[in-house]
Design a protein around this ligand. Structure first.
Ligand code: NAI
Ligand code: MG
Length: 355
């Protein structure tokens, strides 16, 4: 049976990193008995140029019918002046919403090879292996809001945070399932000393995790978590948290590794999963063949793991990446004297050869 993958290169370096990644995804899948069929679709700025809209219906329909979507990045200065509802970034928000992608998974791993690039001491970050599970379709980003309005001469605005029990339950389940294949530790992050939504979150997390006896759940306030992430990042295994807290903590955790070009992500729902590197379209280096493709290549590994159940194929890609880095090959973003500097396509070729 052929598995359908929708590929959205997008804008800027998106095309280069996707082109570099596809042969690796194809080979890893094939080696493990999977036959992939790709459909390339437009979204973001490229779709605005072609169709006058960031997320064409054809792209959405193809994504809905696919097993998974692999996305490069969208956006760039060329489209900065278009109307807000037509911005390229609407494509990502639209895909998340339409595909019901409520769980955002961001692994943050620091091997001895990338530890020297971290802003923290190598001994603090070497060996970090955290999976952050962020709720993606609820909370304050989706609650009722009031833009600045004047009431009795005073201008006010508000945003409402709402979480329902089923919303918390399903995201905590994702975290617990992920922890089962890891160290079995889930830290649920909230602000239950202040917020009602967080108290419901904490209660629901406790009840949900009770269904996973082999998983150890603990709770942490978000301010403490922000501190612990830089003090003792190795103490974490899986972190599960709300949309807003997750937005902030994932960026904080990402810089532990010192390179935005290395990190993958997965967004999961009931159906099609979406996989993309955490960085944007990097217009400053687009078209030069120097972008680091590893974040996208590791996103392809997540695709194999979470959408196709091909854990061995995912691990094969992750091991190949690690082996090439161990051999001293670096893209420009991680280059240091003594290493071998390679282009986007050369890095991908080396990883492909290791598979
Ligand atoms: P960015 O992540 O594109 O770039 C930030 C810095 O990191 C730049 O100096 C860039 O050259 C560098 N960088 C990023 N990825 C790299 C890679 N793979 N290899 C080497 N260096 C890399 O963020 P920025 O500049 O804030 O945004 C640029 C555009 O991307 C904007 O239009 C923004 O809206 C969009 N964007 C799209 C995202 C997506 O599609 N999911 C996510 C974030 C931003
Ligand atoms: Mg963010």
């Amino acid at each position: 049976m052929q598995r359908r993958i929708v590929v959205i290169p997008g804008d800027g370096i998106g095309k280069e990193i996707i082109e570099a990644t596809l042969p690796i995804l194809t080979k890893a899948a094939k080696t493990h008995g999977l036959n992939l069929g790709y459909t390339t679709c437009l979204a973001g700025g490229a779709a605005i140029d072609a169709y006058g809209e960031p997320l064409p219906q054809a792209t959405l329909d193809a994504a809905r019918q696919a097993d998974a979507v692999l996305l490069g990045a969208v956006g760039g200065p060329k489209w900065d002046s278009v109307r807000p509802e037509l911005r390229p970034e609407k494509a990502i928000l639209g895909l998340r919403k339409e595909l019901g992608l409520f769980a955002n998974l961001r692994p943050v791993k620091v091997s001895p090879i990338i530890a020297p690039y971290s802003s923290l001491k190598p001994e603090v970050v070497t060996g970090v292996d955290i999976l952050i599970v962020r709720e993606l379709t609820g909370g304050v980003y989706f609650g009722q809001r009031q833009e600045a309005a004047e009431v009795d001469g005073i201008v006010s605005a508000w945003d409402m945070e709402v979480y329902s029990q089923p919303e918390v339950e399903r995201i905590v389940k994702v975290a617990c399932q992920a922890a089962q294949g890891r160290k079995g530790k889930v830290t649920s992050v909230d602000k239950a000393n202040v917020l009602a939504t967080s108290r419901l979150w904490r209660k629901t997390a406790t009840e949900t995790a009770a269904g996973f006896p082999e998983v150890a759940l603990s709770h942490m306030y978000v301010d403490n978590c922000a501190m612990q992430l830089v003090l003792a990042p190795k103490s974490f295994d899986v972190i599960v948290t709300s949309n807003l807290f997750g937005d902030i903590l994932t960026d904080e955790a990402a810089v532990l590794t010192g390179s935005i070009g290395m990190l993958p992500s997965a967004s999961l729902g009931q159906g099609t999963g979406l996989y993309e590197p955490i960085h944007g379209s990097a217009p400053d280096i687009a078209g030069q063949g120097i972008a680091n493709p590893v974040g996208t290549i590791l996103s392809a590994a997540m695709l194999l793991r979470y959408s196709l159940g091909a854990d061995a194929a995912a691990e094969a890609i992750e091991n190949a990446v690690q082996a090439v880095l161990e051999d001293g090959y670096r893209n420009a973003d991680l280059y240091r004297p003594g290493m071998t500097k390679v282009s986007t396509s050369e890095m991908a070729g080396l990883i492909l050869a290791k598979l």
